[in-house]
Design a protein around this ligand. Structure first.
Ligand SMILES: [Fe+2]
Length: 294
């Protein structure tokens, strides 16, 4: 058994009384997988794990996977460094509501982030539950999304919509940009069914979704804006303040997250690993055009 302290009714829990430096991962793996499925994002404070331990922890949730648009550490192909120096201006990595790399064929199932150096105040991360947002979505919007794909585009990494230097993350993040493949449209179901809990959840985010399938951008933008306003209401959200040594694990398919860019003057360093899982297409709920499956 592991001790859980929920952060909010809908999303987020701290896992307490557990030391990753002494416990056997094998013993707690099923409980961690179950906790992540129910809470969407879980936090373990005061762990101070090394990269080998982080990779082992990551594999509790799925096979290690590489990210196409961030260069990994030289000798660690599955680890990226999330760094912003104290004097680095501009945007921050993940500084908009997004689901990680949702525009690729097989987006990450989830990620593990280990905090090494954090600002004394600021630098928080917010997550929202796409399952809670679906549950409370008005029926007319559910009807629009049911059985429909959304079109995702990797705008920050392509050529057509390349972000300005002022808005993109700084040079400490080794991003791969200017890839024309990222500009290509990728279709994913707009609603997914969670592989463990069976809950339905939205699979939309404003960073990468350009429109709903079967609609122009002009038609779908007001609908997507309405859904995003609904999804990001504080009720479905948790906000986490990092302390050095904290490890966060999130379910990428069930959440959006947002890294707050409010800590200029302080260095922030984390290591991130990513795990693979079923593709969005594999998680599409059975289509039923005659009823709203809630
Ligand atoms: Fe992210």
């Amino acid at each position: 058994m592991i001790a859980e302290k929920q952060l909010t009714p809908h999303i987020g829990a701290e896992i307490q009384g557990l030391d990753l430096n002494t416990i056997s991962l094998e013993d707690i793996a099923p409980a961690l997988v179950d906790a992540l499925a129910r809470h969407h994002v879980i936090f373990l404070r005061d762990q101070f794990i090394d990269l080998e331990q982080q990779k082992s922890l990551t594999q509790v949730f799925g096979p290690l996977s590489r990210l196409d648009y961030v260069e990994p550490l030289d000798d660690e192909p599955f680890v990226i460094r999330v760094l912003k120096e104290a004097d680095e201006g501009g945007g921050t990595f993940g500084g908009n509501w997004h689901t990680d790399f949702s525009f690729v064929t097989e987006p990450p199932a989830g990620s593990v982030l280990s905090a090494i150096e954090v600002p004394p105040v600021g630098g928080d991360t917010l997550w929202i539950s796409q399952a809670a947002a679906w549950d409370a979505l008005p029926d007319d919007l559910k009807k629009i999304l049911q059985g429909r794909d959304a079109i995702h585009v990797g705008k920050p990494y392509g050529q057509k919509w390349a972000p300005s230097k002022e808005t993109r993350s700084g040079d400490s993040m080794k991003m791969v940009r200017g890839d024309p493949v990222a500009d290509q449209e990728q279709r994913h179901p707009a609603v997914l069914k969670h592989p463990v809990t069976g809950r339905h959840m939205l699979f939309l985010n404003p960073t990468y979704v350009s429109r709903l399938d079967g609609m122009s951008e002009e038609e779908s933008t007001p609908i997507l804006d309405q859904i995003q306003t609904h999804t990001t209401q504080p009720t479905f959200c948790c906000r986490f303040h990092w302390t050095a040594g904290t490890v966060a694990i999130w379910d990428n398919m069930a959440t959006q997250h947002f890294a707050v860019n409010d800590y200029f003057g302080h260095r922030r360093l984390m290591y991130r690993t990513t795990f693979a899982g079923p593709s969005p297409r594999e998680l599409a709920p059975p289509t039923n055009h005659h009823a709203i499956d809630v």
